[in-house]
Write a protein that binds this ligand. Structure first.
Ligand SMILES: Cc1cc2nc3c(=O)[nH]c(=O)nc-3n(C[C@H](O)[C@H](O)[C@H](O)COP(=O)(O)OP(=O)(O)OC[C@H]3O[C@@H](n4cnc5c(N)ncnc54)[C@H](O)[C@@H]3O)c2cc1C
Length: 390
């Protein structure tokens, strides 16, 4: 067989990265390949992950809250964080979800909006992976429109009492602390809820066919009484949770490409080894067209991710730019996963290969952190000045 080149090499992607960024990417990739990939298909099949051990190991690796400064966090640039997300999601979107929720949602909420005492209390343990966090915004009847949330926090003396239900919460059943967003007399506010507080429970959601290597839960708040200092002082209104979502969406812009890259690498190697009609599948023009089109989308997605990462490091990443990346890269990653599945034929539907697992996972990634429809509307609003949604 003639020599072949990796899709990212065709685009000369590595030349756009610093030595430090390349080193971080290599370190996360090596750990993922050695310690996570050998188990991930089983975790997915069983619908269970060793969340505590994983959090601890990911903490040792330094990826939990890695783009935040201080409190035990590594303080890397945005691109490095994105590359870590990419390498974790190349193994499984569920593992990247654990890291995104811990670092970009729960830790970021405390880091950005918390008091100094709250930061000291929670962040070092979360960076180390000793303490797991979750982020409760979505409710059974409030997903794309979090402004319609029903969970309330009411003052009783100096205490707060929280009541309501959150739905689809990643890490919920294994969390030590839940960041819960609730309606108060002064608008939406965020609360840090230790999960052993009486009245709090987090039953796990079963029967998922996507993100099976990730814990997803309901949060039930049945008159959960918290002291006054459980409130995040600096988050007022929906801009608080939306600021956190912007962080997590950024990681997904890179992460989804990891899943796509893994699918494409698998399809390339499969097509080279599979003989059909006495020749390798890779030698047929129809196959090469699929591979070329997927490589184009993967490479373009990576260039977009890097551009947005540099803008983020320059402080120039407003939400509509995040929407450009999240909409494009998740949509294209899902298309790539489905197309790779065709190249693997029947083998493509088993967990012996990662492709259908990635495709199924990406269905969740398309929906969470803002659905593709909502990101389309955000871009439409930026282009026209007309909001087609609230
Ligand atoms: C595996 C998983 C993990 C998750 N983890 C978390 C978590 O950790 N924390 C958390 O808070 N949430 C989490 N979520 C919830 C996720 O953010 C929501 O599912 C998402 O916001 C969509 O909300 P919804 O499912 O209620 O759908 P809906 O909001 O009911 O949307 C249904 C459909 O309507 C479309 N739609 C909505 N508005 C419009 C409009 N104006 N015009 C046209 N179409 C529209 C949507 O795009 C979608 O296609 C998770 C979800 C999943 C699947």
């Amino acid at each position: 067989m003639a020599s072949s080149v990796h899709p990212f090499e065709l685009f000369a992607i590595d030349g756009l990265l610093s030595d430090e960024e390349l080193e971080i990417q290599r370190t996360v990739r090596t750990m993922g390949e050695r310690e996570l990939r050998p188990h991930v298909a089983d975790w997915f099949e069983e619908g269970q992950i060793p969340a505590r051990d994983l959090a601890k190991r990911l903490g040792e690796l330094g990826v939990l809250g890695m783009h935040l400064e201080g409190y035990g966090c590594a303080g890397t640039n945005a691109v490095s964080y994105g590359l870590a997300c990419l390498e974790l999601e190349a193994v499984d979107s569920g593992l990247r979800s654990l890291v995104s929720v811990q670092g970009s949602l729960a830790m970021y909420a405390i880091w950005k909006y918390g008091s100094e005492e709250q930061k000291q209390q929670w962040l070092p343990g979360m960076a180390a992976g000793d303490t797991i966090g979750c982020f409760g915004l979505t409710e059974p009847d409030a997903g794309s429109d979090p402004g319609s949330m029903r969970t309330t926090a009411k003052r009783q003396g100096t205490d707060w009492v929280l009541s309501g239900t959150k739905m689809w919460i990643t890490n919920g059943s294994v969390a030590d602390v839940a960041v819960v967003w609730a309606r108060t007399d002064e608008g939406v506010r965020g609360f840090l809820v230790p999960t052993d507080t009486p009245g709090f429970s987090a039953p796990e959601i079963k029967k998922k066919l996507s993100l099976r290597a990730s814990v997803t839960s309901e949060l039930v708040l049945d008159g959960v009484r918290l002291p006054a200092d459980a409130m995040l002082p600096e988050a007022r209104g929906l801009s608080g949770p939306l600021g956190c979502l912007n962080e997590a969406r950024f990681g997904i812009i890179f992460g989804a490409l990891g899943a796509a890259r893994d699918c494409l690498e698998t399809a390339l190697s499969y097509a080279a080894g599979r003989e059909v009609f006495t020749r390798s599948l890779a030698s047929y023009q129809l196959t090469q067209q699929k591979l070329a089109d997927m490589t184009l989308e993967l490479g373009k997605g990576m260039l977009l991710a890097l551009h947005l990462g540099r803008l983020k490091d320059a402080g120039e990443l407003p939400p509509e730019r995040v929407s450009l990346g999240k909409l494009n890269n998740v949509r294209e990653a899902l298309d790539i996963a489905r197309q790779c599945r065709t190249i693997l034929g029947a083998n493509g539907i088993t967990l012996e290969y990662p492709v259908i697992r990635h495709a199924n996972n990406l269905e969740s990634v398309l929906t969470y952190e803002g659905t593709s429809e909502v990101h389309t509307l955000v871009i439409g609003r930026a282009l026209t000045g007309e909001a087609a949604f609230r």
